[in-house]
Design a protein around this ligand. Structure first.
Ligand SMILES: Cc1ncc(COP(=O)(O)O)c(C=O)c1O
Length: 451
């Protein structure tokens, strides 16, 4: 029997320390990260919104599956059967996690991630579908509808709404004014730039009243809060495993089966077909129709393990803990001269554990480089693949921002270290030299060069 003792140690698992969340720990390196001074410190990871570290139960599930993984839906051998069963069990776990409806049954299609899921939907909508989308979206939700290979007939891009209520009204008006025919509203549940939570249920209600469907980009929402297709009434949901503590290359598009069942697969290949002759192809039914190629069984197993671990109760408790850390972080940053937090709907608007900010006098790239090299803190800098929104929110004099995002392994000490480091950099500036290397600032000299 395979054990996971080698990948899980008492020190490496950062406990969420809440009853009901005992299994919600992450696998972390014991080595820490090097500073330019030569010291090593525990890594303060504030880049969960990009990719979250691995949950311990995810690593355990993988360790158990690894010795027996084999081809899915293809082989007669024992391991193939075990893998096929694991893959389909994973689909059921994900269906539960996203609150998939049973009548009529929502499709749950394994894909590579949210980008893949939304591109799949863009190629699966009925011809000439109108898609309404806010300018604030992540590029993965903003752009697939405009791709030449998509079946979308008409895209309506809505400007950034001043309030959540204005978002609902703008969507309603746009859908009402859209040409006759199928219509789809695409909306994010939580912004990857500000963490702000969008009024999904109200948008669904407004869209349905206009006869339109709704796809929810839940990439940043589901790592923090429970989401249910059934409860929100949303028609589709897209998510990525690697943001949900299962960083193994899978994701999901779940929702109404009819459009997906009718669509020609956008990936052609083995598994998606039922019959191929010299002249003809008969495509498979769902979900295999949209899962051409050898299925990523380990990715599916990992995602399912995360879904099974992050029960609504566990997520509720984690959210309380995370909210305390987030408020401490935001309050700490707000107390530093020259720091501006990016927000679309104001400081009081509910959000998940993401805060983007600028610091006067410190370019985002330099700040991020110094936080890493001098303090062992990982943040993201740039425009976060949501250029229109981020540019709109940036205060004058800034062309990029820094994003700090929290998750299961974030500790009080990490938060205090980040606030202290930003305050120190504001007061004294970086204590090291930095130079441009392929568009990214790196310490010079760098005693512990990674590349
Ligand atoms: C809100 C949002 N949507 C979509 C994506 C794209 O996810 P992926 O890169 O996993 O396809 C991201 C990634 O950052 C995101 O934050």
């Amino acid at each position: 029997m395979t054990t996971v003792s080698s990948i899980q140690t008492a020190r490496s698992a950062r406990s969420a320390r809440s009853s009901g969340t005992d299994r919600c720990t992450i696998v972390a390196s014991e080595e820490g990260v090097p500073l330019v001074t030569g010291e090593h410190v525990e890594y303060a990871n504030f880049d969960y919104a990009a990719s979250a570290p691995c949950l311990t139960p995810v690593a355990e599930a993988l360790a158990e599956a690894l010795p027996r993984y084999a081809s899915v839906h293809r082989g007669a051998g024992h391991h193939s059967q075990v893998s096929t069963e694991a893959y389909e069990r994973a689909r059921r776990s994900v269906a539960r996690f996203v609150g998939a409806r049973s009548r009529p049954a929502d499709a749950v299609v394994f894909v590579r991630g949210t980008t893949d899921a939304l591109n799949l939907l863009a190629r699966s909508v009925p011809e000439d579908c109108t898609v309404v989308v806010f300018e604030s979206e992540h590029h993965a939700a903003l752009l697939p509808w405009e791709h030449p290979a998509s079946r979308v007939g008409h895209v309506v891009r809505l400007p950034l709404p001043a309030t959540p209520g204005a978002a609902v009204e703008a969507a309603r008006t746009a859908l009402r004014g859209a040409p006759e025919g199928p219509r789809l509203l695409c909306v994010t549940a939580a912004s990857n730039v500000t963490g702000e939570i969008w009024p999904v249920e109200e948008l669904v209600e407004a869209a349905h009243a206009e006869g339109a469907r709704v796809v929810v980009d839940a990439a940043q929402y589901v790592p923090h809060l429970p989401f249910s297709l059934e409860e929100t009434g949303a028609d589709y949901v897209a998510l990525s495993a690697h943001k949900l503590y299962a960083p193994f290359g899978s994701g999901v598009l779940a929702g109404r089966a009819d459009w997906l069942r009718e669509a020609v697969p956008y990936l052609s290949g083995g598994g998606a077909t039922r019959l191929v002759t010299e002249h003809d192809v008969v495509w498979n039914d769902l979900p295999a129709r949209h899962e051409a190629g050898s299925p990523n069984v380990l990715g599916a197993v990992a995602l399912a393990a995360a879904c099974d671990t992050l029960t609504p109760d566990a997520q509720g408790l984690l959210h309380i803990r995370e909210s305390v850390l987030l408020e401490r972080l935001r309050a700490g940053l707000a107390g530093i001269d020259g720091v501006t937090e990016l927000t679309l709907w104001g400081e009081e608007h509910p959000r998940v554990g993401i805060v983007s900010f600028t610091v006067d006098g410190l370019p985002a790239g330099l700040l991020a480089a110094a936080l890493s090299a001098e303090h062992g803190i990982g943040v993201r800098d740039g425009l976060f693949c949501a250029h229109p929104l981020t540019r709109h929110l940036l205060p004058g004099g800034h062309d990029q921002a820094v994003r700090a995002s929290l998750g299961v392994g974030t500790t009080w000490e990490h938060v205090d270290r980040l606030v202290g480091a930003v305050a120190d950099l504001v007061a004294h500036g970086p204590r090291w030299e930095y130079a441009d290397c392929d568009g990214r600032l790196v310490p010079v000299p760098d005693p512990d060069r990674v590349f």
